[in-house]
Design a protein around this ligand. Sequence first.
Ligand SMILES: C[S@@+](CC[C@H](N)C(=O)[O-])C[C@H]1O[C@@H](n2cnc3c(N)ncnc32)[C@H](O)[C@@H]1O
Length: 222
Amino acid sequence: MNKTQKAFNFAGKSGMYDGVITGTGFFGSLVSNLVWKMDKEKDLEYQRLAKKGVPKDFDGSLLEVPVGTGILTMPMYKKLPNADVTCLDYSEGMMNRAKDRAQDMNIKNISFVQGDVGKLPFKDESFDFVLSMNGLHVFPDKDAAFSEIFRVLKKGGVFCGCTYIEGECKRTDWFINKIYVPKGYFNLPFDTKESLEKRLKGMYGEVEVETVISEACFKCVK
Ligand SMILES: C[S@@+](CC[C@H](N)C(=O)[O-])C[C@H]1O[C@@H](n2cnc3c(N)ncnc32)[C@H](O)[C@@H]1O
């Protein structure tokens, strides 16, 4: 198991992850304010922008990578009973929480696959939609992740989500480089807003990128 898998297995099993990613609870809101310079409103804003490309009545095939504990997406899947949802992550500790959450919410149209985004176990053009929230700054091999996501997306399909970008807030960048990277929660190198836009425009036909401080939210059409 590598450093990132170990870090997220611990985060998932310990139960600390959900508060931190949603900026809720004492520790979660402290991290959100101190590290990300975000309040509740900004937290909700980036989460909304990251998912805004998913149609309210979506009924196609959707891949979420990485699903983590599913805290940010299970409520949305609950409202998409006709979608065919596949969730992938390589940390068992995180994904077991997502599975439990889906079961507790009685979500039936969902399956879970443990795997590596750099080697997705799906055929070319398998999905109408790929959603990736807070993952691209974590994946150790970013080029492989971007190219695998592109490969499994159908022509005309949509790729949307959010990722950390460097260069927007010095305080955030400091915490990321001094704490998150050494612990394995984030992996270098990081995109800036400009490099992310350039990368996505080099691959996709239509690209929109909006930022909430150091979170870039994107929607791309293949
Ligand atoms: C910050 S969490 C994001 C989870 C979720 N999307 C969210 O926003 O709450 C990052 C996740 O990426 C997963 N991960 C890291 N590297 C991966 C890889 N190469 N393939 C698949 N999942 C990976 C971790 O296990 C972790 O669950």
